[in-house]
Design a protein around this ligand. Structure first.
Ligand SMILES: Cc1cc2nc3c(=O)[nH]c(=O)nc-3n(C[C@H](O)[C@H](O)[C@H](O)COP(=O)(O)O)c2cc1C
Length: 469
């Protein structure tokens, strides 16, 4: 592979020999130091000259220090949230505040461990905020953050080195990361330029000519790991490694390509809070069909809902295409009758009925949710009979909410339509439902064609009353 091939389709012919050497003569790096200058001096001190296709691997620490990513903890004021989390993870609240300010999400934590999604996308312990190998002030309170934009730093170093030496090299910034499922840290690339950071082998033949279907190789991480062996982890002071013989690993992808998007990460399910907050009513869908097994999973989720006396009064009707269309048309007719009786403008009625039909027929799937009073208690007085019915309605609504949330968690869009409530008899007739099944709502389903309307809720203080008398 050479640099001119498409970044998205890299066919790799690995080298048979590569050489990694830690450069000598790297001083303790200070804020404001010129890294290109330091690299060139270290090359000279090591009797090396840069050649085309060399790859330089640079330890994150010296990049962060050169970029003055040092923060004195006594300048940090922890938020109440940082204080709480610091207590749970047994860390300095100021450190936790820094970690939170460098991250977008707390992924996991327990005492002594805090794993977050860094703003650059990596899932990493402590957002990479570190106090080791950092010159401390008197009170041992200096922390070092990851570089601002490691991919951009690599690209600019590469340009400067090319301008100064004429050699086209790859540059990687490496850092030690722990991994879920495996003990021990390894060197990974947090910045890359001029390397096939993620090589796509899909479509390449294996030993026996079979096409590889899903193989992508994190080349930049592999190079970063190899370099870590020479850099060491503690006080070795060898933060720059020159790799030679990796011409086939050249390319033009970045470390950002190594971050798996959360949405397709099987091991990062959204938190309950995220699921609740991010679910929106989705009313427009792509044409992609939904498998019946996926719909059955939604109904499985529905029936985990709590219900009054655990009588589970919910009933579900899965509507196939023909049934969906017949139902849509029949409900639209009833809507037309009601609106005509209300004296509305016939043109508006035409538009509204047409929209109602399209909303249902254009949804790849729909579930009609009904309730049945068959198993509920029977009361002879109206007050208690009404309360019992209300409990059945509440229980069925909880099942519907589960469907909406489960759909969202599966990447599906869903929305409730209350139309069946307004013409329950028609719905029951059109779908030949048992007499006891009382239509409550239609849930339309499909893969989202938009992200729904913006989240809008009344302020919590407007809907809560705290009573203590
Ligand atoms: C009982 C109930 C009935 C609803 N009926 C309809 C409906 O007939 N048509 C519609 O477009 N949305 C309907 N919705 C969706 C609401 O408009 C939506 O939940 C609300 O605007 C809040 O938006 P969100 O779900 O995106 O947070 C209904 C929601 C509920 C809970």
């Amino acid at each position: 592979m050479n640099m001119h091939e498409s970044p998205s389709r890299t066919i790799l012919a690995p080298s048979t020999v590569a050489q990694f050497s830690a450069l000598a003569g790297v001083p303790l790096v200070k804020p404001g130091d010129d890294l290109a200058e330091i690299i060139l001096a270290a090359l000279t001190a090591s009797n090396e000259k840069l050649r085309n296709d060399d790859v330089l691997i640079i330890a994150q620490k010296i990049v962060s220090k050169a970029q003055n990513r040092l923060v004195r903890l006594d300048t940090v004021i922890p938020s109440p949230e940082a204080e709480r989390l610091a207590h749970d993870v047994n860390k300095d609240a100021r450190l936790v505040e820094l970690i939170m300010s460098e991250s977008t999400e707390t992924v996991r934590y327990r005492r002594d461990v805090l794993v977050v999604a860094h703003r650059l996308g990596f899932v990493i312990a402590n957002a990479g905020v570190d106090q080791s190998n950092v010159e401390q002030g008197a009170s041992d309170d200096v922390a070092l953050l990851l570089p601002e934009d490691p991919d951009a730093t690599c690209a600019s170093l590469r340009e400067t080195l090319r301008a100064r030496t004429g050699a086209s090299v790859g540059v990687i910034i490496n850092d030690s990361h722990g991994r879920a499922f495996r003990n021990g840290t390894v060197g990974v690339a947090i910045g890359a330029s001029g390397v096939a950071a993620l090589a796509d082998l899909r479509g390449a033949p294996d030993l026996f000519g079979r096409k590889l279907h899903s193989t992508e190789v994190a080349i930049a991480d592999e190079i970063a790991s190899a370099a870590s062996l020479l850099m060491g982890q503690a006080g070795e002071g060898r933060p720059i490694v020159l790799a030679r013989g990796l011409a086939t690993a050249r390319g033009d992808r970045t470390a950002a390509d190594l971050v798996r998007p959360k949405a397709i990460d099987l091991f990062r399910p959204a938190s309950l809070e995220e699921t609740l907050k991010r679910r929106r009513s989705i009313r427009r869908y792509t044409a992609a069909p939904i498998r019946e097994t996926a719909i059955m999973r939604l109904i499985e989720a529905a029936i985990t809902a709590p219900s009054a006396h655990n009588r589970q009064p919910w009933r579900f009707v899965l509507l196939k295409d023909a049934a969906k269309t017949r139902l849509a048309q029949a409900m639209a007719e009833r809507l037309r009758e009601d609106r005509t009786r209300d004296g509305h403008d016939p043109i508006i009625i035409d538009q509204d009925t047409a929209r109602s039909i399209t909303r249902i027929t254009s949804a790849p799937a729909a579930i009609l949710v009904c309730l049945s009073m068959e198993d509920m208690d029977v009361y002879l007085d109206r007050r208690r009979a009404a309360a019992e019915r209300q409990m059945a309605v509440q229980s069925t609504a909880m099942a519907m909410q589960n469907i909406l949330l489960a759909a969202h968690a599966e990447g599906l869009g869903a929305s409730i339509m209350c139309a069946p409530l307004f013409c329950a008899d028609t719905v029951r007739d059109v779908l030949s439902l048992p007499a006891a099944w009382e239509p409550q709502a239609l849930i339309t389903l499909g893969y989202p064609a938009n992200s729904g309307r913006p989240y809008r809720r009344h302020p919590i203080q407007d809907v809560v009353r705290i009573v203590d008398v």
